[in-house]
Each structure stands twice: as structure tokens, then as C-alpha cells.
Unconditional design. Structure first.
Lengths: 574, 367
């Protein structure tokens, strides 16, 4: 009798648990809510504003806006610049990746590390440096050629498609480089050796075996660059405006900025943003397709070192090429930024009398605009990183580990942050949080924080998702069998195991946010400038030396931060 | 004259000597195996023959022609050596069809289309791949991929085929089947095989001769039967088949069983248990103070209680199907005995007397 009663109670417990609103449902609900509020609503509002005019669905108007000369031009420009950048970066990235993994180039490890440096450097600061070096009349290099070597005109005009593409290639090629390096390093060397024993020379092997096998990695890196370049603001904003070259993000910025949020400009902005979102989704879909279909099993088991092509006579010239490339694309622009930051007035020659640390002191301690900007960027970056890190670990936990109904919605929502470019997020956040729906955050730091969370959610989801994949289900099941509740399992087993992923997420967000420009340029108010905005606006206002000084400080902050992280993560691993 | 000849071949990686002045000669049409535990230098040797590793010293000749010699600064690159080679992980190119994989070496040689067609037909038919020509390698099983690798190596009709543990990625029953296929292909095409493996039964089944290697040094080169029946040393004996070793010491002219454990200064003390007269060693280990008596578990009989032999106690008896496996404690050392399931044998815990039918003595102790 007693036994039967116990049994009944157990059955009842089971049933109530299944029907009730348990821990799992709370987590799921929270996760969905975060993604909906932060990402889905702004994106939906963009679509809604683009297609919904005066209470009705309107496609003809959208077509009309796209056909307007300015918007059409911006679309075409985005495409030209993105295509050029993608082709250039893919060639450069693949070539250097092959050089450092498959040849006997001297100092390969050092070269590899140097080729990854552009990852850290903000491309708009690079663009500023190149403007100082190669603007048609005032650029140092052009002036040198004209005054010292007697050239009639500038050797190169950086305010051009070629200029913009070249600068973007310099800063984006690591996307391909790192992907191809990884694929070449992991590739089973016997795939190449068997071609060699079949009679093929190294050139034939590279052409017929190596390149086709790493093609999925090359294409995937190339599409990443395409995605990034289509939606890239900084370089085009710095170098394009002079000659009237606008791409989609810079046109959105210009329209919103000039008209202070008029209806027509918002309309144009949302239509352009819609185009960006659609192309981003298309690119990501294509990338997924390439990776799933063409993902060859080329990973090595036990094996010997891959063969190295002996460069012989080319060894020294190619080393020189690498050194020259690094000197030209990394060292030269950085040096120019720091030198200009030390000048009393822009335009003076670089002599000891003209150089001092005054600008740096002024920018750090006395100038309210830049002091505010540094403070804003650090606090915004830190808060966004902490919030996004925790939200990301929760959401990825549901996606990767939990078996609950309604998870499909979350998986779909979780894909969204990956395909929404920065300028789109900024526009969506303006639509959602400027008081039209009850909450007005416009002109406050909060609107930038919300946008940062939306923008960087993808990083957090990726890092935490990868960390959680590593935690085998049986580890959690073992904890449950030992009598731990779900919360205890999360607290004592899962969180300690994914801590490295969470830390990675934090730094992946904190560092980029220090140099962020695309989002904050659309959202800043006089007191809520970020470092990026301050550098950009000071430069626009003709305060070139102060802008360069602040850029120099930003570079130091970023490099020191990155070095600390590398130290830290290496220690953690060892 | 032998077809492939290695003379004093040495390979050093930094301070480590991977292969130490190795000499070997392989006849035309011979199947020659290199056998040894991992890290013994067998794969490095094969890769030197293939041309993927440089020699530190020595020479390699193929068909009377020098192909590698650091002294003469001569090195023929792998693509010029015209060998066939099959790798452990198949190394079948996933982006090419089965047909294109096999045709690759032919196309590299710019053969006329008709000739390629003819050779392809032959290579695919010999490896039972005719129906799979247009498949992607990703759709094939491990055995299928290995057939593609074999067909690709065969396509140029090489004189020498290099096989680097080609069967170790396959499951056991497929391994046996492929073994016979390789042997059949060799009979048909008449190439020489240099076969690297750590599996002694694979080497025994396939080879005309076996080279046993340890830490870069050749231990023995002989036919499978000779390697089994007349092992050159304790290592070869232990590497081929199951083995028992009884450690022995000489104490005042008597040969006695050693204590199982080493003393603190690394020596063995005697137990005082004398060996039966028929097991007292002769010339082979004269002069050695400590040595070992080796035997195969299948070459041991149980005798009646009163007869002369090694005395021990059965500690465990395990029924393995066709055979019964006994563990016998002999003066503190363990011996393994295997008898057919029908043969009578003692139970666990019973005392027994053992006769070793083919004893070996090696003047080396256990390490």
C-alpha cells in the first residue's frame, strides 16, 4: 500500500515536471527574449520601414529608391570595392599562406606572426595613414616624388577605387591567410607525397592537388572578406568622400547624419540596409554550402612533416618581398601615425624642433573630447563584453546542449547576429530605441551599448558554442546521476569547463570594441563619442595632429591588450 | 644482381640515429618486409628509398642505377624514381574521381589517350574497381579507397612497389582479404615489394624475406620460416609470435632459475631451483652469467607428475575457444602454455610438470 502510494507520487512528479514551467523553459525563454529584443526587433524594423509605407506593403517604392542615381551608385560601388578587395586579399593571403607553410622561407614563424598583425590594426586608422602618405597633393610620398624627384603630378592617388581596394586588402587579407594556413598545416602530407611518387613535380602538385584541396578554405575566407568589405565603413569614409565615392554604409551614414533622421533619409537607409542584409545572408549561405559540400577529409593521422619546397635562388628575393610587404603595409603607416601625432601643426616637416609629445599629453589629460572618448570606449567595451559573454554562454548552452521544445526558434535567431552588418544594426537600433516605441535612448551611451551587444553577440555565440561542443554530454549526465540538479550541474561542471570559451568571448569583444567605428559613428552624441568616432571626427574637422595622436594611443592600447591576452591564453594552455 | 640495394644507409635527425648503417638487397620480383615496433626506423628507411627523406650517409641503388648518395651529392627526386607507393591513410585525393585518381600518374607522363585508356582498364579490372570508376572516393569504404591507392600505384606498371603499412587502417577480415589481393597482383605484374609493417603475421604471410629492425639497427634478415625457427636474438624471438622467457643465472657452476625481481644494484639472484638436465644450455651462452631460456606457449607439453621437467603450479586457466590458455608459476616466474581444447590439461591450482619442445637460449636478460 505504502509502496503503491510512493509510486503514484513519483509518477505525478514526473508528469508535473514535464508539463510545468521548469528551469529549462526559463532559460529558453530568456535566451529567445534577449535575441528578439537585441537583434530581431531592430532587423525587423528595418524591413518593416523599407517595405511598409503609409500602412501598406510597397515594393515599387523600394525599387524607385534603389534606382535613384545616388543609391544605385552606392550599391555598385560596394560591389566593385568588395569584389576587388576579395580578389586581391585572396591572392595575397593564399600566396603568403603557401609561402610560410610549404616552403623553406627563412624566419617563417616570425613572418606568420607578422602577417596576422593587420588583424589587430583598425583599418580606418590605416586609411588615415595612407591618406597622409598618398593623398594627391599633400601626401608625403607624392610630395617627395614631386619636389625631390621632379615628378609632374602625384604617383598615386589614394582617393580612388584602386586606393580604397589596396588599403582594404592590406587589412583584410589575414582572413584568407589564417584559413589557408590552417588547412595547409592540417592537411595529410601523404596526399601530396602520393602525387610526387606518381611522377608529379612540385608545381604540378601545387596546382592539381594542394590548391584544389584547400579551395574550400580559400573560398570560405574569400566570402568572409566579401561580407566584411560590402559592409565596411571606415576605409571608404576616410578615402572615398573626397572624390564622391560612397558605398552602402557610408551613404547610410551620410543620409542619416545630414538630415538628422528625416523620413526620406530613413527610408533610403532602410532600403540600403535591407540590400546589405540580403547579400550578407546570401554570402553566408554560400559559405555554408561550400564548407559542407567541399569539406574534404584531408586531416592527417600520424604523419611526417609536409615536404618543403626548396626556394633555392628565389629564397632571398621572396624573403625580401615579405619584409618589404610588412614594412610597407604595417610599419610605414604606423610610423606615420605616430610621427604626425607628434607634430605641432600638420604640414610641418618631420624635424626634431617640430616633434614633441605635447599632442599625446593634451589628448590624454587635457582635451575633454578625447578624454571622454577613451573613457566611453573602455567602459562601453567592458560592459558590452561582460553582458554579451554571459548572454552568449546561456544561449549557446540552449542551442548546443539542451533538448527542449522551441529550440528551433532559438537556432534561427542565433544565426541572425552573424549576418547583420554593423551599420544595419546601428540603423535598426535607431529605429527601435528612439522613442517611437516608448523607450528613448537616442543620444545616450545606452543606445551604443545595446548596439554593441547586438553587434558582438555573434562572437560570443561562436566562442561559447565551440567551448560547449567540447564538453561531452556524459560529463553532465554523470553529475545528474550523482544527484546534482540542473543548476548545480551548470554551476559546478559546465561553467568551469567552458570558462576558457567565456574568456575568449570577453576578449574577442572588448578589444574590437576599443576601435569600433561603424556602429558608434551612427549613434554618437557630442558627449558620447568613442575613440573611433573621436579619431574620425577630429580628422574631418581638420585637427589632423590630434586625431593622429589619439590614433597612436588607440594603437598602443590595442597592441598592449592583445599581447596581454596572448600571454594569458598561452599560460592558460600550458 | 639484386634490384634494390641499400649500402650503409644511415639517417640521423639531430642527435638521434633513426637508421644505423643499414644494408639490404631486394631481388627482382621479391616481396621483402621490414618489420619492427613503431619508431624502429622502418618507415624512415622506406621513405629514404622513396626519396622523401635525404640520407645522412650511405647509398641506394635501383636496377643498377644510383638514386641517392649524400657523398656524391646525388639525389633523384621522388617523382623521377618511377615507384608505386601505397600509404597507410590511403592518400586518395578526395577532389578527383576514382578514375582520375588512378589516371593521375599516367597523365603526368603525358601518355597518349589510347594508351591511358588501355592501362586504366587493366588497372581498374585488376583491383575490381571497374564499376566504381566514376565514383567519388568519399563514397568508398576503407577497402575501396585502398584499392584505388593500389590501382594508382599499379597504373605506371612500376618495377618496385613501396607499401607503408597499407592494411593497418582496415578492419581485420578485410586485412586478410587485401593481403591475398596484393600477393595476386604481384604474381600478375611481377614487381618487387618493399613492405613496412608492425604486424608480424602480415609479414609472415606475404613475404619472401623479412627484415627485423629495432631502434634503427637490423636484427635479422631471413625467410619467414628461418626468422621463426632460428631467431637471431631475444628481440626477434619476442617480436615474432607469442613467447616465454625464463631468466636464469649461473651459481657456482650450476644453472638455476633467477629470482623474479632484480636486486637494488640491478642484478638477479638465483633461487636455488636447478634446471632439469635437458634444459641446461650448451655452447650458445657459454661465459654468460645471466641469460634467458625462451620457448613458445604452443611448443610446451604437460607431463605426468613423476617425469623430469620444469615444475610449476597452474595459476590461471582460460578457455579461448579453439585453444586453452594456461598461466603457470615456475619458481616465481610466469610461463604461458597454450594447448588445443581437446588436449587434457591441469586445472587452476594444480601442480604440473612442463616439457619445452623447442627451447632457445639467449645470452641476454630481460630489460
Amino acid at each position: 500500500m505504502n509502496d503503491k502510494l510512493m509510486n503514484d507520487i513519483e509518477v505525478m512528479n514526473g508528469i508535473t515536471r514535464r508539463r510545468g514551467f521548469g528551469t529549462a523553459q526559463i532559460i529558453l525563454f530568456l535566451s529567445i527574449a534577449i535575441l528578439v529584443v537585441v537583434v530581431a526587433v531592430p532587423v525587423l524594423l528595418i524591413f518593416f520601414n523599407a517595405f511598409w509605407v503609409n500602412g501598406e506593403f510597397n515594393v515599387r517604392d523600394v525599387a524607385r529608391i534603389i534606382r535613384e542615381p545616388d543609391t544605385w551608385r552606392a550599391l555598385v560601388n560596394s560591389l566593385i570595392i568588395a569584389t576587388g578587395t576579395t580578389i586581391g586579399s585572396t591572392l595575397v593571403g593564399t600566396f603568403f599562406a603557401w609561402l610560410v607553410t610549404r616552403t623553406d622561407l627563412p624566419y617563417k614563424r616570425f613572418m606568420k606572426a607578422m602577417f596576422l598583425v593587420p588583424f589587430m590594426l583598425p583599418s580606418f586608422i590605416g586609411a588615415l595613414a595612407w591618406k597622409m602618405l598618398l593623398s594627391p597633393r599633400a601626401g608625403f610620398i607624392n610630395r617627395f616624388f614631386m619636389t625631390q624627384l621632379g615628378f609632374d603630378g602625384p604617383v598615386f592617388n589614394i582617393y580612388s577605387y584602386a586606393g580604397i581596394i589596396l588599403v582594404e586588402v592590406m587589412y583584410l587579407f589575414p582572413f584568407v591567410f589564417i584559413q589557408v594556413c590552417g588547412a595547409l598545416e592540417r592537411m595529410d602530407p601523404t596526399l601530396e607525397e602520393s602525387a610526387r611518387i606518381s611522377g608529379a613535380g612540385l608545381f604540378t602538385i601545387t596546382r592539381k592537388i594542394t590548391i584544389p584541396l584547400v579551395m574550400p578554405s580559400i573560398l570560405s575566407g574569400a566570402l568572409l572578406i566579401m561580407l566584411y568589405s560590402m559592409a565596411h565603413f571606415g576605409t571608404v569614409a576616410v578615402l572615398g568622400i573626397e572624390n564622391g565615392i560612397f558605398n552602402i554604409p557610408t551613404l547610410i551614414y551620410q543620409r542619416i547624419h545630414q538630415s538628422a533622421g528625416s523620413f526620406a533619409s530613413i527610408r533610403t537607409g532602410t532600403v540600403l540596409a535591407t540590400v546589405l542584409v540580403i547579400s550578407a545572408a546570401l554570402i553566408l549561405w554560400l559559405q555554408g554550402k561550400i564548407l559542407s559540400k567541399g569539406h574534404y577529409q584531408i586531416i592527417a593521422g600520424k604523419s611526417f612533416r609536409p615536404m618543403e619546397l626548396k626556394l633555392r635562388a628565389l629564397r632571398f628575393p621572396l624573403l625580401l618581398l615579405c619584409v618589404a610587404y610588412i614594412a610597407f603595409t604595417i610599419v610605414l603607416p604606423t610610423v606615420v601615425i605616430f610621427l604626425v601625432g607628434g607634430l605641432k601643426t600638420y604640414g610641418l616637416p618631420f624635424t626634431w624642433e617640430n616633434l614633441s609629445l605635447d599632442n599625446y599629453k593634451f589628448v590624454l589629460f587635457d582635451y575633454k573630447v578625447t578624454k571622454d572618448a577613451i573613457w566611453n570606449s573602455v567602459t562601453l567595451g567592458f560592459s558590452a563584453a561582460v553582458i554579451t559573454m554571459f548572454a552568449g554562454v546561456m544561449i549557446s548552452y540552449v542551442i548546443v546542449k539542451m533538448k527542449v521544445r522551441g529550440k528551433g526558434i532559438l537556432e534561427f535567431l542565433g544565426m541572425l547576429p552573424f549576418s547583420v552588418p554593423g551599420s544595419v544594426i546601428a540603423l535598426g537600433v535607431i529605429l527601435a530605441w528612439s522613442g517611437r516605441y516608448g523607450v528613448n535612448l537616442y543620444n545616450t551611451v545606452w543606445i551604443i551599448l545595446v548596439a554593441y551587444i547586438a553587434r558582438y553577440m555573434a562572437f560570443s555565440l561562436r566562442a561559447n558554442g565551440a567551448a560547449l561542443e567540447q564538453v561531452h554530454d556524459s560529463l553532465m549526465e554523470a553529475a545528474r546521476v550523482c544527484g546534482a540538479t540542473m543548476w548545480q550541474t551548470l554551476k559546478d561542471i559546465v561553467l568551469p569547463l567552458v570558462r576558457p570559451g567565456m574568456l575568449a568571448a570577453f576578449f574577442l569583444i572588448f578589444l574590437p570594441s576599443l576601435r569600433e567605428l561603424t556602429v558608434s559613428i551612427m549613434l554618437y552624441a557630442p558627449t558620447t563619442r568613442t575613440i573611433g568616432v573621436a579619431i574620425y571626427t577630429l580628422n574631418e574637422d581638420g585637427e589632423t595632429v590630434r586625431s593622429a595622436a589619439l590614433a597612436g594611443i588607440a594603437l598602443i592600447l590595442i597592441v598592449v591588450g592583445q599581447t596581454l591576452i596572448n600571454r594569458f591564453t598561452e599560460k592558460g594552455r600550458g | 644482381m639484386s634490384h634494390v640495394r641499400l649500402v650503409n644507409v644511415t639517417k640521423r635527425f639531430g642527435s638521434v640515429t633513426a637508421v644505423d648503417s643499414l644494408n639490404m638487397e631486394i631481388e627482382k620480383g621479391e616481396c621483402f618486409s621490414m618489420l619492427g615496433p613503431s619508431g624502429c626506423g622502418k618507415t624512415t628507411t622506406l621513405r629514404m628509398v622513396a626519396g622523401f627523406e635525404d640520407l645522412t650517409d650511405g647509398e641506394i641503388h635501383v636496377g643498377g642505377r644510383l638514386i641517392s648518395s649524400p657523398k656524391k651529392n646525388y639525389y633523384l627526386p621522388p617523382e623521377k624514381r618511377d615507384f608505386g607507393m601505397v600509404f597507410q591513410a590511403f592518400a586518395v585525393w578526395p577532389h578527383l574521381s576514382v578514375y582520375e585518381n588512378v589516371a593521375f600518374p599516367l597523365r603526368i607522363r603525358n601518355l597518349p589517350a589510347a594508351e591511358i585508356e588501355k592501362r586504366m582498364k587493366d588497372a581498374l579490372a585488376s583491383t575490381n574497381l571497374t564499376g566504381a570508376a566514376n565514383d567519388s572516393p568519399a563514397d568508398l569504404s576503407g577497402g575501396g579507397k585502398q584499392r584505388v591507392a593500389l590501382a594508382r600505384a599499379l597504373a605506371i606498371n612500376p618495377d618496385v612497389m613501396l607499401l607503408d603499412e597499407p592494411l593497418s587502417s582496415l578492419d581485420p577480415h578485410l586485412r586478410e582479404e587485401m593481403r591475398f589481393e596484393i600477393k595476386d597482383l604481384q604474381r600478375k605484374y611481377g614487381f618487387s615489394i618493399i613492405y613496412v609493417t608492425h604486424d608480424q603475421s602480415e609479414a609472415m604471410a606475404l613475404s619472401d624475406r623479412i627484415l627485423v629492425m629495432k631502434l634503427g639497427v637490423v636484427q635479422q634478415i631471413d625467410t619467414p620460416l628461418e626468422v621463426y625457427n632460428n631467431p637471431a636474438n631475444r628481440f626477434v624471438f619476442s617480436f615474432i609470435g607469442l613467447s616465454n622467457f625464463l631468466e636464469l643465472v649461473r651459481v657456482g657452476g650450476r644453472v638455476v632459475l633467477a629470482e623474479n625481481r632484480l636486486t637494488e644494484d640491478g642484478l638477479r639472484r638465483g633461487t636455488g631451483i636447478d634446471l632439469p638436465p635437458e634444459l641446461v644450455p650448451g655452447e650458445a651462452v657459454r661465459g654468460a652469467e645471466a641469460f634467458s631460456l625462451a620457448s613458445r606457449p604452443s611448443e610446451i607439453d604437460f607431463l605426468g607428475a613423476g617425469e623430469s621437467g620444469l615444475r610449476g603450479v597452474v595459476t590461471r586457466r582460460a578457455f579461448l575457444g579453439e585453444i586453452v590458455d594456461y598461466r603457470v608459476d615456475v619458481g616465481g616466474q610466469e610461463m604461458r602454455v597454450q594447448k588445443g581444447r581437446r588436449a587434457p590439461g591441469p586445472e587452476a591450482g594444480e601442480a604440473c610438470v612442463l616439457r619445452l619442445n623447442r627451447p632457445f637460449w639467449f645470452a641476454e636478460s630481460a630489460e
